[in-house]
Design a protein around this ligand. Structure first.
Ligand SMILES: [Zn+2]
Length: 494
């Protein structure tokens, strides 16, 4: 499988005209006729889908964001509205003769069941991933067989960008969960016939188990959440183990700085793996794919290589929504060009990128597909939900509050987010300080708290510490500070 087909050889102008053509087709033949949400959006804003002909026309469509998927009470709202839902009548009305004639011919030659089955396969949801723990009921994005094929394509393209050879052995330490990162790796590996052992991460095999796998399999490539990979490597080094097979480390689901990469490289060098390439990736549930960096000299990021035949990236002013030019800073806005299942157009990611998107050929690998700068930070509008990454997981901090407040035995509580061993590169730790009423069964309560927090946030507290009332008052600065210190984030700001 050549994951790039003809895309890699296109010039900047050719890419643009391909995107214009695909955008017009996608809006008119899929999104507007089949998406309940976008049909309403276009109609209520009096937007004629036929008039969306170029990337410049996109600005006429109102953008959407995470807020669209969550109602005021923090629950998921109408996820079905974003799923493409065609029927025979809608297909006949919106598809051109070039698509209808082959369907009609197939109906005659192979029978109506064949055509019905083909259409059902293209549009019937068969797979799902969630945004991790952002709400009580996480936002779900469904895939159809068509989207799974695209997940194969993006996975294969990433392996190609990382310059991983088919003879290499890969260990995937992303947590086993219905989240994009794990499955992007699994499907990419299957599509390209690479050897990948997925450990399921720390929750499934434990850190000891992951280290054993690394020692026995001797992979040249490892993947995972940055702080967890670092934790595994550091633990192995503290045990005095030698781990000299690693050549590439691929990190996802959280931000990676060049300083972090350097730290990981030096830890690995100390165990015998020299000159390791450390790559960051960027992806989000709503896109149902991720993008990759290519090999460069240490301390330099190539940016994330895009898939211009599958999506359009706009960079906009986060305040005014005005579309920025190539290379300018702004919020990342994503539009799908080849989606079934849950489909979004002009989705505001809440991520701010310095350096925007460039279509200059990549100086490191030569690809001309466009690259998104890797200098990405969350912007403030998402803070409305009080979201924070804890243990690589996007967590709504309000859910700690809701969950603990529900326990009648708890008088006061405080949560401390910190880094293990006070090391800024190590894994996050969540510590609960709890003051309880008299005669409370602390052992049972600790079990119940851990269980409820895991369900609400997908994060397990590292420690539950029972403290006296005086101590909790002091900790919360209830009597001294203007605002109680309910959630204490002691992690260094990145
Ligand atoms: Zn490159």
């Amino acid at each position: 499988m050549n994951p790039w087909k003809n895309i890699a050889s296109l010039s900047k102008d050719e890419i643009r005209s391909l995107q214009n053509r695909k955008l017009h087709q996608f809006i008119n033949q899929y999104l507007y006729p089949f998406s309940p949400y976008y049909k309403r959006l276009f109609d209520s804003n009096k937007i004629d889908p036929a008039q969306i002909r170029t990337i410049e026309d996109l600005k006429n469509i109102p953008s959407i964001s995470k807020q669209n998927f969550i109602d005021a009470s923090g629950q998921t709202s109408n996820p079905l509205d974003y799923i493409l839902q065609p029927d025979e009548k809608k297909i006949r009305q919106s598809w051109p003769a070039s698509k209808l004639i082959p369907l009609a011919l197939n109906k005659i030659i192979k029978g109506p069941e064949f055509v019905k089955d083909a259409l059902e396969r293209e549009f019937r949801p068969n797979f799902i991933t969630f945004t991790g723990g952002t709400t009580n009921r996480p936002i779900s994005f469904v895939y159809t067989e068509h989207d799974i094929k695209n997940l194969y394509v993006s996975g294969s393209r990433m392996l190609d960008i990382f310059k991983i050879e088919r003879t290499e052995k890969i260990v995937n330490m992303f947590p086993y969960a219905p989240h994009l990162a794990f499955w992007q790796v699994v499907f990419g590996g299957l599509a390209s016939a690479y050897f990948i052992l997925s450990t399921g991460g720390g929750k499934v095999m434990g850190t000891e188990g992951n280290i054993k796998v690394l020692l026995q399999v001797r992979p040249s490539v490892i993947l995972g959440v940055p702080s967890y990979v670092y934790h595994v490597i550091r633990t192995a080094r503290e045990k005095g183990l030698r781990l000299d097979s690693i050549k590439k480390v691929i990190l996802g689901a959280d931000k990676v700085t060049e300083a972090f990469k350097a730290r990981l490289r030096s830890e690995l060098a100390a165990m015998g793996s020299k000159d390791v390439f450390v790559f960051g990736t960027y992806g989000f549930t709503e896109a149902r794919c991720a993008w990759a960096e290519c090999p460069t000299a240490p301390g330099v990021s190539s940016g994330y290589h895009l898939y211009p035949d599958k999506e359009i990236f706009e960079i906009v002013d986060p305040k005014t929504g005005e579309v920025k030019k190539e290379g300018e800073d702004g919020e990342i806005v994503y539009t799908s060009l080849d989606s079934r299942g849950s489909s979004v157009v002009r989705y505001r990611t809440g991520d701010f990128v310095k350096g925007g998107v460039t279509y200059e050929p990549c100086p490191y690998c030569g690809l001309r597909v466009g690259r998104l700068s890797s200098d990405i930070t969350r912007i403030s509008n998402v803070k409305d939900f009080n979201l924070s990454k804890v243990k690589g997981q996007l967590v709504n901090l309000n859910h700690f509050d809701q969950t603990l407040t529900a326990f009648d035995q708890i008088k006061e509580w405080q949560i401390e987010l910190r880094k293990k061993n006070n090391d800024p590169f190590d894994v996050d730790e969540v510590v609960f300080y709890i003051c309880v009423k008299e005669k409370t069964d602390k052992i049972q309560l600790e079990k119940d708290i851990k269980k409820s927090i895991l369900v609400a946030t997908e994060v397990t507290p590292n420690e539950v510490i029972f403290v006296s009332f005086d101590e909790i008052v002091n900790r919360l600065e209830l009597e001294t500070a203007s605002k109680e210190k309910r959630i204490l984030d002691k992690r260094p700001k990145s």
